[in-house]
Design a protein around this ligand. Sequence first.
Ligand code: HEM
Ligand code: HEM
Length: 121
Amino acid sequence: MHTWFLKLAAGYFVIGVLVGMGMSMTHQFGLVSLHAHINLLGWMSMALFGIIYHLYPATAESTLFRWHFWLYNIGLPIMMVALYLVLTGVNAALPFIPVGATAVIIGVIVFAVNLWRNIKA
Ligand code: HEM
Ligand code: HEM
């Protein structure tokens, strides 16, 4: 299932560069933090998760993996869609950014614990 991190990462990469291209073409840079976080939290970080879980199979077998996967992949879309809405003027979406971000951050902590526990030197 960890291969899903790689497949989803590739999807975020496509969206991230499209947002970058959109900003370049329109000379409207209001979505820069959306672009940055889709690329860095979506593409770069998720691609690393996929590669790390592949390199260290014991980490992918842990239940912590599932917690990480779902917290991250529920939290990140909520955070990114809410960020997009806020950046385009829908202020009502603001509370959803920290909700998504908190799920992402807990997922990252779970990921770290998994690596500390299950990667043997
Ligand atoms: C074809 C691909 C890409 C295009 C057209 C593009 C375009 C842009 C544009 C127009 C900006 C705003 C620059 C400004 O406001 O001065 C930007 C900022 C940024 N881009 Fe991209 N980008 C691309 C790919 C990427 C990728 C792959 C990453 C990360 C892996 C990335 C990370 C960032 C970051 C972190 C910023 C914010 C930089 C800052 O705060 O000054 N971009 N990009
Ligand atoms: C849940 C996790 C995260 C939260 C809540 C968060 C939050 C933020 C906030 C509030 C800003 C300032 C945005 C602005 O000035 O408009 C920012 C900027 C930035 N963050 Fe993050 N961040 C997170 C994760 C990350 C990660 C993992 C990376 C890199 C791998 C990263 C890279 C950046 C960069 C390059 C900028 C400057 C570009 C920009 O203006 O967006 N962030 N972040």
